[in-house]
Design a protein around this ligand. Sequence first.
Ligand code: HEC
Ligand code: HEC
Length: 485
Amino acid sequence: MSFSRASWAVFVVAQLVGCGDPTRESPDPLRPVSGPASPLADVSADLQALLEHGALDGACTGLPPAGSDRQQDRTARLRCGKSMFFYESFGTAGVPKSLVRFLLDNFPQDVGAGFARLGMVPDPYSAQHLPLGMVPTAKLGGKVDALAFTCASCHFAQLPDGRYAVGAPNHRYEYGLQNLLVAVLPSVALQGPAGHAASAVARVQPLLSRIQADAALKNKLVAAVLPLSLAGIKAPVFPAAAEDHYAAWRAGTMDFLIEPLPVNDGVHTVSKIPPLWELPTNAEIAASGMANALLGWTGNTHSLEHFCQSFVVYGGGPVAAWPMEKIAPLWEYVYSLRRPASPAPLDEATVAQGRRVFSERGCSTCHDGPRGSGKRVYAFDEIGSERALQAWLDPAGSGTPCCGAPPSPESAPTHGIKSPRLVGLFSEQRFLHNGSLDSLEQLFCLGSSRPTRTDMPFGDQGHVETCNDLRDDEKRQLIAYLLAN
Ligand code: HEC
Ligand code: HEC
C-alpha cells in the first residue's frame, strides 16, 4: 500500500483529530465530475492545437447520428460542438462589420490586433484578423454585413499561466467599452456629444480625439457609416442611460437585458462571466435532490439544453432554424469541459486542512451540491450580497419573465442568488456574482478589508461567511483548497 503526499497529509491530520482511517472520510466536496471528458485539446498553451489545427471549419457537416456511443462518433459530435462554440452566431443580432473594421484597421494601438487590448484572443485562422468569438451573422436589413458574438468571446480565455482554456471566464474582456466604440464613437465623432452620456464619451475620448485631429481618419469613418445610411439602417444607438451603464461595467462583467438586445427588463444589473467547467449533469441533479441545474446567477434556467437555446432567443436569432437537435452538439461539448489542472504551487497539507475547514466551518451548508454549488437558490437576505439581480427579468415580481421574453417551463425568475460551483477559481479575476471583488483575499477579508462599495448594482457587501468568525490561518487554508481545485 502506498500513500501519495496528499493522502498521507490527510491521514496524519485525521489521526491527530481522532478520525481514524482517512479512506472513511466523506468525499471531497469539489471532486471532479464523473464521466468521460472531451478527447479534444480544450486546454493548451498552443492556440493552434486548441483550435484543432483548423479542423473546426466544416466540423458539423456529415455528422454521425445523435446518440451513437462509438468513440469516433462522439468525438465527431464534440468537434462540431466545439466549432459552434467558437464560430456559430446562430443568426443573432450583430453590429455593422464596417464599423468593427474601422476600429481594427485604424486603432491597433488602442484596441489591439484582433481586439487583444480589449481582452479578446485574436484568431490565428481568421484571414480578416478577427478575434475568436466574433463571426459573420445575418446581414443588417438583409443588406449590410454584420458580426455577432459566439460563446468564445466571453467563455474562452488565456489563463494566468499562459495556457488557453475553453470554458474559462474571460474576465479581461472589455465588453462595455467595445460596444461603446462601435455604437457611440461614430455618432459623437460625426454629430457631436449632444444627447450622449458624458461617462460614455469620456471612455471613447482617446479615439475621438484622434478622429477629430485627423481629416483622413474622419473620412474613413464616413465611408464606414455610408453603407448603413445607403441601406437605410440606423447605426446602433443606445439611450444615454444605457450608455452610462455600458461605460461603468468592469472587464468581464455585463448586463444582457438592456438595449440594443431585444429583451430589456429595465433593471440595471451586473453579472460576471462564470466558468463553464463541469456543469451539473442530469444524473447528478436527480441524485443530489436539486430541483434543476440552477444555471445563471439567479439559478433561473433549468438545463444547459435550454440555456443554449435561450442564447438564440435573447440574441434575436431565428429560433425556428435552431431546433434542439441541431444545437445538441454544442451542449454535449459544453458538458464535456473539465477544469484545467491548477498551476498554483500549493502545500498539500494546507490544502487538506482547507478541505477540512470547508466542512467544519459550515461552507458545505450552502456549497453542498456538485463541485461546491448550492442545491437551491438563496434569498438575497440570507447572503447579504448586492441585490439588483433580485428584479432581474421580472421587475414586477410577477413570477413570469417580463418584457417580451418567452415564458418557458424550463426557466422562471427566482428573485434569488445561487451559490456557484467552486472549481477553477484560480483562473478568475472577479469574485461575487457582480464581479465587485478582485481576489479571494478580498472575499475572505484577509489583510486589508474589502474595498466596500454599496451602490447598486456594484456593491461588494455580503457573504460574510468568508470574513467573520474565521481565523486568518483558516482563511489561508480555505483559499489554498479553493485554488487547488
Ligand atoms: C457576451 C458575453 C457572453 C456570451 C457571448 C455568452 N455568454 Fe454565457 N454567460 C455570460 C454571462 C455574463 C453569464 C452570467 C449571466 C447571469 O447569470 O447573470 C453567462 C452564463 C452562462 C451559463 C450559466 C453557467 C452557470 O454556471 O450558471 C452558461 C451555461 C453559458 N453562459 C453558456 C454560454 C454558451 C453555450 C454561449 C454560446 C452559445 C454563451 N454562454 C455565450 C456571458 C456570455
Ligand atoms: C448561507 C449560504 C452560504 C454559506 C454558508 C457560504 N456560502 Fe459561499 N456563496 C454563497 C452564495 C449564494 C454565493 C454567491 C454570492 C454572490 O455572488 O453574490 C457564494 C459565493 C462564494 C464564493 C465566490 C464564488 C465566485 O465565483 O465569485 C466563494 C469562493 C465562496 N462562496 C466560498 C465559500 C466558503 C469558503 C464558505 C465557508 C467559509 C462559504 N462560501 C459559505 C452561499 C454561501
